[in-house]
Design a protein around this ligand. Sequence first.
Ligand code: NDP
Length: 330
Amino acid sequence: MEEKILITGITGFVGSHMADLLLENGYNVYGLKRWNLSRLRNIRHLLNDERVVLLDCDITDPIGTRHVIDEIKPTKVLHFAAESFVSPSWLHPSHYMDVNYKGTVNLLDAIRETGINPRFHIAGSGEEYGEIFDEELPITDRSVLRPMNPYAVSKIAQDLIGFVYYKSYDMNIIRTRAFNHEGPRRDHVFGIPSYAYQIARIEARKQPPTVKVGHIDDRRNFTHIKDMVRAYWLAVEMCKPGELYLIGSEGEEYIYTFREALETLLSMATVKGIKVEVEPDFVRPTCVPRLIGDTKKFRELTGWKPEIGFEKILEDTLNYWRQFIKENLY
Ligand code: NDP
């Protein structure tokens, strides 16, 4: 059967890198975008590529969603369409449920109604775990969920409805929870891209030499986006429907605080003596101090391991924002 791979959220950070990986490996892709809103700059290099078919679809619209699923009849779905920014989720909690939960239900219902059963990947998040204490580390697929923000709640709902549809309708739903992925194209609302973006602006003399930050002492395991999309592809190909897999780089050499990431980025800046200042608006109402996962189950099944180190993650992010500002891609 001809492989028809659908990427929802192809204009986003993860979806655009997934498209790049699949094209490099000889696949064609279908991608969903929103007709009037999408951030096309992330896929501007793909807009005239005949191997990429873009269809307009807002996944909160069940009719439009049904229409595109029926048109494509995908054999694999990599579902990355989401409201993914944590901070605005306190202001728009219902909207996050609309997109992340109801949007996923619309896709799954459209698939059922179309009478197909593609392998369908749901990209859950380490954020679902929320408040984890030192003695509970590392996080496993059995750790308790104590979400700390509305985004995380919507991701739990998305993840668990996937499990329910797998159990109820025997759908081929692959569930992963991944820890921080970073690199080019990640929006500068997040910590590392925000520091890199500001440093690039300072270097271009577009901002005074002060980087504004929120809470910077949280600890994470970081994975380069190129390693992560390889993992997601292995997940959709190899993981068992219904099961939950944690994904991420877990060695000591990948575990840092945001403060350490900021210090390394500042050491890479061409402008010296940049100051750091806490911006109260950047400080979230709650924080998630530590998210370090045990990803053995996924690694043993797939053989995946990260290939790109932390310094390179930061270097690629900084160079991306330098180029972004140079080309004025806003
Ligand atoms: P982005 O915000 O960069 O991308 C989200 C994508 O979803 C964009 O293409 C956006 O399109 C699209 N989208 C938003 N709302 C809708 C809608 N109503 N209908 C259709 N498309 C919509 O997020 P990421 O790429 O970083 O994240 C992708 C997935 O991975 C998310 O589910 C996220 O929760 C998950 N994840 C990400 C992690 C990370 O570290 N990045 C960690 C763990 C999980 P548009 O251009 O139109 O806005």
